[in-house]
Write a protein that binds this ligand. Structure first.
Ligand SMILES: [Zn+2]
Length: 102
């Protein structure tokens, strides 16, 4: 019986020490989660940088953020619906065989 009481006291002591360590480490490392690559905050920042990557519009040659590009036929990228229409019109004219009567 005495052994059990000693064991419980010992375990309690160990638990106290470990929990105080944990608190200390938590206090010291507060904010460290912001540097983790798996936190939403970091993901958000990454999305932002991806959105700010500039790509060339294949119709008018304007640099536009990749997020606002419209994918046209043959995977060509357009900056706007207007450019997409122009691209489609050009391709329709081209596929019609250049049959321009004027
Ligand atoms: Zn364009």
């Amino acid at each position: 019986m005495r052994r059990i009481v000693l064991l419980v006291a010992f375990l309690y002591l160990v638990w106290r020490i470990l929990s105080s360590w944990g608190k200390k480490m938590n206090a010291r490392a507060r904010g460290a989660e912001h540097f983790s690559r798996f936190t939403p905050r970091h993901k958000k920042r990454q999305e932002k940088t991806e959105a700010e990557e500039l790509l060339l519009c294949s119709v008018c040659g304007t640099h536009v953020p990749a997020s606002s590009l419209v994918e046209g036929p043959e995977r060509r990228l357009c900056c706007s619906e207007e450019c997409l229409k122009r691209l489609r019109a050009e391709q329709e004219r081209f596929s019609a065989g250049g049959d321009e009567g004027d």
